[in-house]
Design a protein around this ligand. Sequence first.
Ligand code: SD4
Length: 320
Amino acid sequence: MTFSIPFHPRLIVLSLLSTLLGCQPKVEEVAFKGPIVIGTWNVPEATTEAYKALSSGGTAIDAVEAGCRLEEANEKGQSIGKGGLPDRDGEVTLDACIMDSHGNSGAVVYLKGIVHAVSVARKVMEETPHVMLAGEGAKRFAIEQGFPVENLLTEKSKADWEKWKETSLYKPIINIENHDTIGMLAMDENGDLSGACTTSGLAYKMAGRIGDSPIIGAGLYVDNKVGAATATGLGEEIVKNVGSFLIVELMRQGKSPQEACEIAVQRIVDRAGDKAKDFQVGFIALNKKGEYGSYSIHKGFSITKHDTSGNENIPSPSYN
Ligand code: SD4
């Protein structure tokens, strides 16, 4: 399945100009320019927030940070930021990363007590010589940067964890809700790409567990010459195939974002075999022309896209 490119007003202007000048370019020769933002799952408020940044001349990196921040602050989302479900010891720990159009990246893992993990990741990228900070060090750095410390465990998530302890059965559930870890990709008016991914990880994970979301190449990858990809689902399976990097490399070889997402899912299914019945992985991708795609192992995944034609949640095609 291939999604079509929205017919951007700039293309019309370029086409009219070139007709007047007597040289009609082929549409494919004209690079599509943003703004466009896509996000994993049904996140219309986050894409609206990101698009607001893009349409007021903001950069793609500002847009993805703004969109992710909105979900991190949303206490109802139990997979991200404040209100995230805890690990099996009752600790909410956050993982996030961000990558800009120059190939810079920053990440935090096992971050406790700070809501806006994505912004701490951006600070790691911009203010330190490193790409990733973990645990206590990440928290100390966030406090130095002026981030407030908060209790991230809400009453609802605490009650759910206490209920879970009655059985203590660890079994990540496919599409537990229609809204989960957020990965966002954006192209700004200059045609530059950026991405971000933020999560509280899998509910009731072992203390110290890190998934794909903060790992550059697994949960997110951006190459401003080619495109960008991000992931959601069972991180252990995404890491093993370096999913987001794979998708960008496939786009580099000429695959569309849709084809690249499908091949990456197929790769995971081929490796995992029968076990793939029991876990979900979903990818979204955006290329330099503004074409996008999404694919998951199981039904129920979706992509939210905001471009000049509006804000839309689109069910993702899937392998099963
Ligand atoms: C993780 N990929 O920590 C994340 C979880 C997730 O939808 O995406 N849930 O493995």
